[in-house]
Design a protein. Sequence first.
Length: 281
Amino acid sequence: MKIFRTVKEMQEFALRLKQEGRRIGLVPTMGALHEGHLTLMRAAKEATDFVIASVFVNPTQFGPNEDFDAYPRRFEEDCRKLESVGVDAVFHPQAADMYPQGFCTYVNVDGDITHKLCGAQRPIHFRGVATVVTKLFNITQADEAFFGQKNAQQVVVVCRFVQDLNLPVHINMVPIVREKSGLARSSRNVYLSPEEKTAALVLSRSLRLAKDAYEKGERNAAVLKALVTKEIAGEPLAAIDYVDLFSFPALEAIETVDEKSLLALAVRIGKTRLIDNIILG
């Protein structure tokens, strides 16, 4: 497995791959890899003939009071996991190389899809995501890129700027990977104490309640959201950032779930902010 630490080296290598006619798959990550990430890598292996994983904790998507400094960094362990699933190359740049002195160009998806859910809670987040992902597409020359459903709004945003900017990359969304308990796998789960990890099960449990109600015929969006909210409110360690339901992938407000829809939530368990979702319809 090759490791590239500079933009120049990665881009030159990727351009040679393109000249050879290789089809490149990219999985952007911030490291601290878990089975959810590895599922993305396996999907990329099946769809392309050269897989690049980026490992970069991107500073521009963190707000001033968020966990950039504390975000887990385990590069050597990450490399072992990536090699175990057959990833061909890792791009692990430094922030100063991705954002050199004088950097002042950003990709801003300024539409309704970024003004809700996590975008409402984290106002600069998607500008940072869109900028770094655009740079990664250009650096790696990716034909296919793979993102997890757990960050469903992020997938919608990426698809939007790829279409708007005519970028020649196809976006793949891979279903959420969960622990046996039902908790969605996340790099931030390492922040949770044993007690908090038990409390965090309320996220998936509340979504299952809504899914069960939907499968029994409930279509009223307000009722489905209320089921989730009530269940989470019963957990003393949980504080709701949002519970919302939109059409998917348009992310338009709906009163009745009569089309494919996203039921998404963000909840703080202690000091740790976790997200989860299900797709109905």
